[in-house]
Design a binder for this molecule. Structure first.
Ligand code: 13P
Length: 331
């Protein structure tokens, strides 16, 4: 078993999942302002430190994805954030892309940037304690899109990123996110996600990435948020499993879904059904941002000193997700 494979399994095994707390300062500011909390570096740290110090870090959270600001911050008791996470038995990770920008040649689409100087930044993050990383490519569905150009160029960037990350002894999370925005059907999402994932693996293989040392972070197969046709949770689970079974090479140890705008309960219920019906060898777990933090953030915003109460809300959500990651959740 390679070292990278061991790290991936440590993050994903036994119903554990990933807490995606890597919102950029811009996104975090939107989240905090939506609950009327000032977005200062201090408040961003306070909320995150509250989550990282909670009980469920030990039993539920296998890894935490950090943002550049957070990985360099110190806790109240002068501990580094990666140390705080490691002391709970979880693995610290870091978002290393620098965001999705307009794609030259297809200006209505996005390409994720951050490859220039990446090797040097990775060395720094490794020194700071990171053992895994994240890079997210985004694709929107509409009549014309995603274009072949966006599917190819994002796959290429994800593969170049992954090769560099493994060279620096860390596990890359490969995140091709087909967005939920729009009125497309679940079948459209299935066809496009299949094409996107297939292309990603073609590029990963071309760049000699060790597939046993990556984590795939895909979207579930869902109809667009504005679609009139309702897809049942059973259908979502069935289509998601079919897409992954057909397009993910068997060397990949595990899949950790993004929540992508699903509610906390939807994201839990869908993950549970995926696991109840999982006929693949892949671990299927969560790497949720909003679907782990939403209720905790709302609670915290009412009294940002109430650490215990906020942790109770977060622990409940993390416990539910961990049950779902084992197909043991019930409403
Ligand atoms: P959501 O679960 O809120 O979609 O965020 C996960 C993530 O890391 C997106 O890149």
């Amino acid at each position: 078993m390679s070292e990278l494979n061991k790290i991936a399994l440590k993050i994903l095994s036994n119903g554990k999942g990933i807490l995606a707390a890597d919102e950029s300062t811009g996104t975090m500011t939107k989240r905090l302002e939506s609950v009327n909390v000032l977005s200062s570096a201090e408040n961003r740290l306070l909320f995150r430190e509250t989550l990282f110090s909670s009980e469920s870090m030990k039993n539920c959270i296998g890894g935490v994805i950090l943002y550049d600001e957070t990985i360099k911050q110190l806790t109240n008791s002068n501990k580094s954030i990666p140390d705080l996470i490691s002391s709970a038995g979880a693995v610290p990770g870091i978002k290393v892309d620098t965001g999705a920008k307009v794609l030259a040649g297809s200006p209505e689409e996005k390409i994720t940037e951050g490859l220039d100087g990446l090797r040097e930044r990775l060395k720094e993050y490794y020194q700071l304690g990171a053992q895994f990383t994240k890079w997210r490519g985004v694709y929107s569905i509409s009549n014309k899109y995603p274009s072949k150009l966006s599917i190819y160029s994002n796959a290429h960037a994800l593969a170049r990123y992954s090769a560099l990350v493994q060279e620096c002894k860390m596990v890359p999370i490969v995140e091709p996110e087909v967005l939920m925005d729009g009125n497309h059907s679940a079948e459209d999402c299935f066809n496009i996600t299949s094409e996107v994932i297939k292309k990603c693996f073609e590029e990963l293989i071309l760049h000699k990435v060790d597939l046993s040392g990556i984590i795939l972070k895909p979207n579930m197969i869902l109809a667009g948020a504005n679609s009139e046709k309702k897809t049942s949770n059973e259908e979502i689970a069935k289509l998601t499993l079919k897409c992954l079974r057909e397009n993910v090479p068997s060397d990949v140890p595990g899949i950790a879904f993004l929540s992508g705008g699903q509610s906390e309960v939807e994201a839990t219920e869908n993950l549970n059904l995926i696991n109840k019906n999982n006929d693949t060898n892949f671990i299927m777990t969560y790497s949720y941002g909003r679907a782990l933090q939403q209720s905790a953030l709302k609670f915290w915003s009412k009294d940002i000193e109430n650490t215990e109460g906020t942790q109770k809300v977060f622990n409940h959500r993390a416990n539910m997700c961990t049950l779902a990651a084992q197909g043991k959740w019930s409403a």
